[in-house]
Design a protein around this ligand. Structure first.
Ligand SMILES: *Cc1c(COP(=O)(O)O)cnc(C)c1O
Length: 492
């Protein structure tokens, strides 16, 4: 096939309305040597060609009055005001407004991301009202619509290849199904995702969706995707793109709810703490971005399960890779938190060559040492919290008894982290509920004795027909399978 390259170009800059100071925000790589891109091209690129991650060249500001004005707005309207400066003139304002409104129209709660009070000063923000019942829908649905728009206006196609431990895959499939300009391949570890997660990926009957069950672990899947990204000829051959949280737009879609929670609870006049169940550092990094834009954030509590690489990093100033231990909160069973690189870029004074050096050393030795001053700076922003499976079960049980709310195991770790930080001051603590309890029925049953019910739109999940390919844990085998599927679809 004719390789289609991502072309560096401006999107009809002259015939579109200017949007003020944000006009033309550019994206740079954390490793400093990849091409500088506008929003649309950073969206399509996913990972930067120097192996780094794209970040905006500067942080757009939300002034106090802008934040105050968010209170009471419909979620999509708040989202538009926060997202617009990052997009600049890459997408026309009215088109962007329609895209964002359409993105959240199908969510199943009128507030989109409702806040519930659990105790004095303790709030839960429910981020599971999208189609696949995890917080990933809030950014992934947006990403699908943005891809669709940018591709259809430029006549391009992309092949999305992603790895998942469960939730990212189903969110990506839901967001990309039946889009003419997108083929989507999702690699998940065969036999190692929950049945609900697997069925959400394998029962979507769309010709452009391909679920690959790889005979390996999640880390193997992620390593294969990384290898494909770094195989530049193959990457260009299939016009490969990514939807993992290496994609900037994933982070952007997650910044919104920090502002929405903040404005509802008194920002900019009152600061708050957020407790965030953490795996790949994507969600909690979005909270950091919100703080850089002007949201008064006291602390971001980084809540992990037994896979505690980030916890130990904050305790010791040393990031040390270990083995992944399966837990009741599988979406946080991660040892290489890719988005930490984006924060590291800021810590190192936005010096791409220093980031490249440190990341190369980490890849070599499995260790990344922070200088003392930087380590203490990170401790001022992020507070570590860790909870094992027994504690997770206890938290689900205790929260149910005290409040009547059923938490999924990931959200339970967040609530436990929030409780541990309630004593810090008088500011509210918002705990992010990252999944619906019905997504993890086994853990919830273990804690409460009851199997949580799936929402009506998924009630027939167990009777839908499944479709997936089992593929060897091998990069070449995956490559061949992708080529074969693209040829079948007339794309190669
Ligand atoms: C992905 C996921 C997380 C972890 O989010 P990161 O952005 O990877 O830190 C937590 N909880 C659930 C339910 C998830 O799906």
């Amino acid at each position: 096939m004719q390789p289609r390259r991502l072309v560096l170009r401006r999107f009809s800059r002259d015939c579109e309305p200017r949007t003020g100071h944000e006009d033309g925000l550019k994206y740079i790589s954390t490793r400093g040597t990849a091409p500088v891109l506008d929003f649309s091209d950073a969206l399509l690129a996913g990972l930067a060609r120097d192996g780094g991650l794209y970040v905006p060249e500067s942080w757009p500001r939300m002034e106090a009055a802008d934040i105050r004005a968010l209170a009471g707005l419909p979620y999509a309207e708040a989202a538009f005001r926060i997202i617009r400066p990052f997009v600049g003139d890459a997408i026309k304002e009215d088109v962007l407004h329609d895209i964002i409104t359409g993105t959240y129209a199908g969510f199943d709660h009128a507030a989109t991301a409702p806040l519930k009070q659990l105790a004095p000063n303790l709030w839960l923000m429910e981020l599971f009202h999208g189609p696949t019942l995890a917080f990933k829908d809030y950014a992934m649905q947006l990403l699908g619509n943005l891809f669709n728009h940018v591709l259809s206006t430029s006549g391009r196609h992309v092949t999305i290849v992603g790895a998942t431990s469960g939730d990212t895959g189903s969110a990506a499939i839901e967001a990309c199904k039946d889009r003419d300009a997108i083929e989507v391949f999702i690699l998940y570890p065969h036999g190692r995702v929950s049945e609900v997660q697997r069925r959400q990926m394998t029962t979507v009957a769309a010709a452009n969706v391909h679920a690959f069950a790889v005979e390996g672990t999640f880390d193997d899947c992620q390593a294969i995707v990384k290898a494909l990204f770094n195989d530049i000829p193959f990457r260009d051959e299939i016009t490969m793109s990514g939807v993992n949280s290496i994609n900037w737009a994933r982070i952007l879609g997650q910044v919104v709810y920090y502002f929405v929670a903040g404005a509802a609870l008194g920002a900019p006049d009152r600061a708050m703490t957020f407790a965030v169940p953490t795996g790949n550092f994507g969600n909690v990094y979005a909270g950091y971005v919100a703080s850089q834009m002007g949201l008064p954030v006291e602390r971001l509590v980084l809540a992990t399960n037994a896979n505690d690489i980030l916890f130990r990093m904050l305790e010791k100033g040393l990031m040390q890779r270990g083995d992944v231990t399966p837990s009741l909160s599988p979406s946080m069973d991660i040892q290489v938190a890719s988005n930490f690189e984006r924060y590291l870029f800021d810590l190192l004074g936005r010096d791409g060559s220093r980031v490249a050096q440190q990341m190369a050393a980490f890849a070599d030795t499995g260790e990344l040492q922070l200088a003392d001053a930087l380590w203490h700076k990170a401790q001022g922003v992020f507070a570590p919290f860790r909870l094992d499976d027994a504690g997770t079960i206890r938290e689900i049980r205790d929260t149910l008894a005290a409040t009547g709310e059923v938490l999924d195991p990931h959200s339970a770790i967040g609530v436990a982290a929030a409780r541990a930080h309630l004593g810090d001051g008088s500011s509210p603590v918002v705990s992010l509920a990252t999944a619906h309890p019905a997504k993890f029925p086994d853990a919830v049953k273990q804690a409460t004795g009851h199997v949580p019910e799936l929402p009506p739109h998924m009630a027939d999940l167990y009777s839908r027909e499944e479709n997936f390919d089992v593929i060897a844990n091998d990069t070449t085998a995956v490559k061949d399978a992708i080529r074969a599927r693209l040829a079948q679809g007339g794309r190669a």
